[in-house]
Design a protein around this ligand. Structure first.
Ligand SMILES: Nc1ncnc2c1ncn2[C@@H]1O[C@H](COP(=O)(O)OP(=O)(O)OP(=O)(O)O)[C@@H](O)[C@H]1O
Ligand SMILES: [Mg+2]
Length: 451
C-alpha cells in the first residue's frame, strides 16, 4: 500500500471564524490542525511533526513573532506563513526576514492561500532533497576514499599532498586498475581548485573525429550536424582541473593542439575566432609506457615533458602486497554499508591466499572479487571454500604423478573442511570420517597449517 501521506498544516488564530474558513479550504488536501492560542499551538508543536504553520501575528497570549522564532529554532524545516491584517504588513515583512516563508492578508482569497501553501511545500521538499543529496554525496565521497598502508602507497599519498597546490601538470602512470583516476581525483580534491569542476576527458572513448569539438567546443553551424553551440570540456574546466584519461590514445595532431592550449591557456571554439581563456590544471593518465610510444613516433616528446612536470607512478598491486589486507577490509566495509548487511571478514587462510595472489587486474579485480564474495557468502567469515568456488587459490592439478595429485587434492579438501568448521579438528575429523589422530598426522604430512 503506498498512499501518499498528506502534509500537516497547523492553523493558529484566535478568531474561530478564521480557523473554520481555513479548515474548510484546506481539509480536502491536507491534514489540518487548529489552535486558538499561542500556548495551545506550542502544545501541538511539541507533540506532532507539522509541515506548515499558518500563524496569526496578533495572538491573545503570545506574540506571533516570538512563536515564529521558537518554531524556526526548533525545526527550521517547518515553513511558517504569517496571517495578518492590512495594518500589520510592516510586521509581516519583518517576519519574513526572521524566516517566515510568506504572509497572507486577511480577508484572504482561497486561491492565493492554496498557491502559497503548495509553493511552501515544494520548497520544503527541495530543501529535504538537497540535504539528502548532500548526505549521499558525502557518503559517496567517503566510498571513493583511497586506502593504502604499503610504504609505496604512503609515499604516493605524501606526493599528492605536496603537489596539490601547484598548477603544474601531473602525469599518472600505472597498469590498468591500479587507481589512476582515484589519484587524479585526490589531487583535485585536495587542491584549492576543489570547489571548481573536475572534468574527465576519456581519450580512449571519444571518437577521433569528435575529439577536437569535445575539447574546445564548437559554434552552431561549425560543421554539418553542428545544430547548437556546444561548450568544450576545457572551457567547462575553467578554474578547475581537466583529467585526460588514457592520454596515449590521443591522435598525434590532437596532441599538438593540446600542447598549444597547455602552453597558452587559450583556444577557440570550432568555427569561431573568439579567443577563450581558460585557467585549467592538467592531469593525465596512461597505462602504457609513454617513452616507448615516443620512440615509435606515436607520442609527442614535447607533450610528454609538458605533462610530466609531476610524475606519479602507481605500482601494480603485486608490488605493494601490504595494501591487499587493507583494501580487502575497505571493500568489505563498503559492501556492508551499501547493502545494509553485517560486515563480513576473511579467514586467515583466505587472507593468506589473497595476499599471495598476483592480481593481474589490480585493485579493480580485487574490488570486484570482494563484491562477489560478500554478495554470495552466507556465513559471516569468508573462507577458503568460498574462494574455491571462484577458482581463486585453487592450483590446477596437472602434470603431476598420481601420488602428488592425490596429495594435492587431499591437502585442498582437508583445508576446505577445516576452514568450514573454524579449524575445529574434532568437527573436521567427524565430517571426514577419520579419527582425530589420523587427521592430525595427515595434516603434518601434507604441511597443512593448523590455525
Ligand atoms: N588505493 C585504493 N583505495 C581504494 N580504492 C581503490 C584504490 N585503488 C583503486 N581503487 C578502486 O579500484 C577501481 C579502479 O581504480 P581506477 O579506475 O582509478 O583505476 P585506473 O588505474 O584508472 O584503471 P584503468 O587504467 O583501467 O582506467 C576503482 O573502483 C577505484 O575506486
Ligand atoms: Mg582509469
Amino acid at each position: 500500500m503506498n498512499t501518499r501521506k498528506k502534509a500537516t498544516i497547523l492553523v493558529v488564530d484566535d478568531e474561530k471564524g478564521v480557523r473554520q474558513s481555513f479548515d474548510l479550504v484546506l481539509k480536502d488536501s491536507y491534514q489540518v490542525l487548529l489552535s486558538g492560542s499561542g500556548s495551545e499551538a506550542r502544545g501541538v508543536l511539541s507533540k506532532r511533526k507539522v509541515d506548515i504553520v499558518l500563524l496569526d501575528i496578533m495572538l491573545p497570549d503570545i506574540n506571533g513573532m516570538d512563536l515564529l522564532q521558537s518554531i524556526k529554532e526548533t525545526d527550521p524545516n517547518t515553513e511558517v506563513i504569517m496571517v495578518t491584517a492590512v495594518k500589520e504588513i510592516q510586521t509581516a515583512v519583518k517576519a519574513i526576514k526572521m524566516g517566515a516563508y510568506e504572509y497572507i492578508i486577511k480577508p484572504f482569497m482561497v486561491d492565493d492561500v492554496l498557491t502559497i501553501i503548495s509553493r511552501a511545500l515544494e520548497k520544503k521538499k527541495l530543501v529535504e532533497q538537497v540535504a539528502y543529496l548532500k548526505d549521499e554525496l558525502d557518503r559517496y565521497g567517503k566510498f571513493e576514499r583511497i586506502v593504502g598502508s604499503d610504504k609505496k602507497m604512503l609515499e604516493i599519498f605524501e606526493l599528492i599532498r605536496s603537489i596539490c597546490d601547484s598548477d603544474g601538470a601531473v602525469l599518472i602512470q600505472g597498469e590498468s586498475g591500479t587507481g589512476k583516476e582515484l589519484v587524479a581525483r585526490a589531487v583535485h580534491n585536495q587542491s584549492s581548485r576543489k570547489s571548481c569542476p573536475f572534468i574527465v576527458i576519456n581519450c580512449a572513448a571519444i571518437p577521433r573525429t569528435l575529439m577536437e569539438s569535445e575539447l574546445f567546443g564548437h559554434i552552431k553551424g561549425a560543421f554539418t550536424g553542428a545544430t547548437n553551440t556546444i561548450i568544450g570540456k576545457l572551457e567547462l574546466a575553467d578554474r578547475g582541473t581537466a583529467f585526460l584519461d588514457d592520454i596515449d590514445c590521443l591522435e598525434v595532431n590532437m596532441q599538438a593542439k593540446l600542447l598549444r592550449v597547455i602552453q597558452e591557456k587559450e583556444f577557440e571554439r570550432l568555427g569561431s575566432n573568439k579567443v577563450i581563456k581558460s585557467d585549467v590544471r592538467f592531469l593525465a593518465a596512461s597505462n602504457k609506457n609513454l617513452p616507448d610510444l615516443i620512440e615509435k613516433g606515436l607520442f609527442r616528446e614535447d607533450l610528454f615533458y609538458r605533462l610530466n612536470v609531476f610524475p606519479i607512478f602507481i605500482p601494480p598491486l603485486r608490488e605493494r602486497r601490504g595494501d591487499i589486507p587493507v583494501l580487502l577490509a575497505h571493500f568489505l566495509e563498503q559492501h556492508a554499508k551499501r547493502s545494509g548487511k553485517p560486515r563480513r571478514s576473511f579467514s586467515q587462510e583466505a587472507l593468506n591466499i589473497l595476499t599471495e595472489y598476483d592480481w593481474p587486474g589490480n585493485v579493480r579485480e580485487l574490488q570486484n572479487l570482494v563484491e562477489r564474495l560478500a554478495t554470495i557468502t552466507k556465513e559471516p567469515v569468508i573462507g577458503l571454500r568460498n574462494l574455491n568456488t571462484l577458482s581463486i587459490g585453487r592450483k590446477p592439478i596437472k602434470d603431476m604423478t598420481l601420488k602428488d595429485a592425490v596429495n594435492a587434492f587431499e591437502r585442498q579438501y582437508i583445508t576446505d573442511v577445516l576452514d568450514s568448521v573454524g579449524y575445529s579438528r574434532k568437527k573436521a575429523s567427524e565430517l571426514l570420517g577419520v579419527h582425530r589422530n589420523t587427521l592430525l598426522s595427515r595434516m603434518t604430512e601434507l604441511e597443512i597449517k593448523a590455525e
